[in-house]
Design a protein around this ligand. Structure first.
Ligand code: TXA
Ligand code: MG
Length: 547
């Protein structure tokens, strides 16, 4: 079938031709202020059947009918309550669908077998003209293939429907971007079945009490039925699995950053986009711009199909106003897979022997922070991570004894004699580190976590941190300290320090430097506590992300 794209602003006959398609029982893509619809004569069973076929939509999922004004309500509905007229007066034409008792003239095929029918008056001049000229109500679900995100441009609609329908009327990008709000007026109190382009708060203003259907915010369990049949289907879903991350934007951004891989796609607010440079990112607009979230959410969900992303993380707005609908669409796309981000700051601490890292860590512990010691974690992993053990055995031969403990001497003999073997060892171990640390950060039930790691940067663990701190001190001071601490000769102490990274390494790679020129460790601990507090405050306000 050839699908004609109509451009009414350039073509004076377009509206008449489009109305004619509806009159003779054809299928027509129509623009509305919410999303594009796949329209047909709502009173013509054959035409309505073809809507279901073209969308691949389950037959029990009812269609809503579109009328040009509240004057048509009595033709298709009976027992219309006064509240329906009050709502129409205030919000029509607009993104509100009312469920009302059906008159027999509306075929059961249209209502999916229900004795009620959803009616709405869309706020788009072209579609209103088409309905008037066709002289019949237009049944129209969203114009996507069933299960896909709803189309908000004629181009989206063409992606799904080209060759399957008679025409698409190009009326520009949809102003609202999410579907209409559905309110069931056949029950008392009225029930919100689907949040949409008209905020719940505005309905409450007119109706007083409104009950919110459970399917709006939660995944229904087996046996529960959605009052709007469409709410029970997995919906709006891109091909890659979606995780919705709730919490304040700054916290959800941080959570996503700690969990992403090279092939993670991201839906985020404008403010956080640059943190995800290098990834496929779709922004929803600024964090407080609800209109923009609604306009962009479906586009976001469509963006990732046709890319190689293997998973999608989405920052989640709060649920007020239009965002109740946005959150609902995101969560449905995720199959309600959501995680709650915590306001948790992670600091990476590194530095050479004798510089004072231990004192800085003690300062963090005294603030209630939880310290993750990478050296200890490394030894635990060697004992318990069988994948790591297998990889090491494959690379270096039988370096584990029968009971699974590492024969350090044996491994040492191999890697210390051969630089490339040491590099291989590190690259194997570093591949396991960020994943292991991410799990431990998630498990840590503290608002402040410090990662203590000599190889913080090399292992890639720095990427999990809000900021990294390099602790440095003059070489002579370090020599004196480790001589006293480890009871070794000056020569040996100097050799040890010489084998470690120099201050420049930390200065160029860490977010901040803590220089230890204090005369006692207690004095340095005080100084570190003071400086760290300032850094933590800065990180909490997003300071280190926007540098
Ligand atoms: O904004 C919109 O409402 C768009 C544009 C095209 O107008 N249309 C739209 O239609 O979103 P659709 O079919 O994708 O979603 C309509 C929803 C479905 O979840 C359906 O199950 C529910 O409305 N619905 C329709 N008639 C109903 C009824 N009588 N009782 C309960 N739910 C109903
Ligand atoms: Mg739909």
């Amino acid at each position: 079938m050839e699908t004609i794209i109509f451009h009414p602003e350039q073509d004076n006959n377009a509206i008449a031709a489009a109305a004619e398609i509806i009159r003779r029982g054809g299928l027509l893509g129509i623009p509305t202020e919410t999303v594009y619809g796949l329209g047909a004569d709502a009173l013509n069973e054959d035409a309505v059947r073809r809507i279901f076929e073209a969308k691949g939509r389950p037959q029990d999922n009812p269609l809503i009918i579109h009328v040009p004004s509240a004057d048509w309500l009595e033709r298709y509905c009976h027992d219309v309550p006064a509240s329906a007229y009050r709502l129409a007066e205030k919000f029509w034409p607009g993104p509100l669908t009312m469920i009302l008792p059906r008159r027999p003239i509306v075929p059961l095929r249209t209502t999916g077998g229900l004795e009620t029918v959803g009616v709405r008056c869309p706020d788009h001049p072209l579609t209103l003209q088409i309905i008037e000229q066709a002289g019949v109500p237009i049944a129209a679900p969203s114009g996507n293939t069933s299960g896909r995100p709803s189309p908000t441009t004629a181009g989206h609609m063409a992606e799904d429907m080209m060759g399957k329908i008679d025409g698409i009327v190009d009326g520009g990008a949809c102003a609202v971007g999410v579907e209409s709000t559905i309110i069931d007026l056949t029950v008392n109190p009225p029930r919100l079945l689907r949040p949409g382009g008209l905020p719940l708060e505005m309905l409450v203003d007119v109706l007083g009490d409104v009950e919110v259907d459970k399917a709006v915010k939660h995944k229904l369990s087996a046996g529960e039925t959605a009052k709007a049949p469409g709410m029970k289907y997995r919906h709006y879903a891109p091909k890659a699995p979606v995780t919705v991350v709730t919490g304040a934007g700054i916290d959800s951004a941080r959570h996503i950053k700690r969990h992403l891989t090279n092939r993670t796609g991201i839906i985020c607010f404008d403010e956080y986009a640059e943190q995800f440079a290098g990834h496929i990112v779709h922004t929803l607009g600024r964090e407080n711009d609800k209109l923009s979230h609604a306009r962009r959410v479906f586009d976001a969900l469509r963006t990732f199909d046709g890319t190689d992303v293997t998973e999608i993380y989405a920052q989640c707005p709060d649920e007020s106003g239009l965002d109740l609908a946005v959150v609902n669409r995101l969560k449905k796309a995720a199959g309600f897979h959501t995680v709650e981000s915590k306001p948790q700051i992670v600091i990476g601490l590194t530095g050479g022997s004798g510089a004072g890292k231990t004192s800085a860590l003690r300062a963090i512990e005294k603030m209630g922070g939880c310290v993750l010691d990478c050296d200890a974690i490394y030894h635990k992993m060697l004992k318990s991570n069988s994948a790591l053990q297998q990889e090491l055995t494959a690379a270096f031969g039988h370096v584990f004894t029968a009971d699974g403990t590492l024969d350090r001497q044996k491994l040492g003999n191999v890697v210390f004699a051969d630089k490339s073997a040491l590099e291989r060892l590190n690259s194997i171990i570093y591949a396991y580190f960020p994943g292991e640390l991410t799990a431990r950060i998630d498990a840590a039930d503290a608002p402040l976590v410090a990662i203590d790691a000599i190889n913080l940067i090399e292992s890639g663990v720095d990427k999990l941190c809000d900021f990294t701190v390099g602790v440095i001190a003059p070489v002579d001071v370090r020599v004196q300290r480790i001589m006293a601490r480890d009871d070794i000769s000056e020569e040996y102490a100097r050799l040890r320090i010489h084998a470690q990274k120099n201050d420049d390494f930390y200065r160029t790679r860490c977010t901040v430097i803590l220089e230890n020129t204090a005369t006692t460790s207690a004095a340095f601990e005080d100084y570190a506590a003071h400086e760290l507090r300032k850094m933590i405050e800065k990180a909490k306000s997003g300071g280190y992300d926007h540098e």
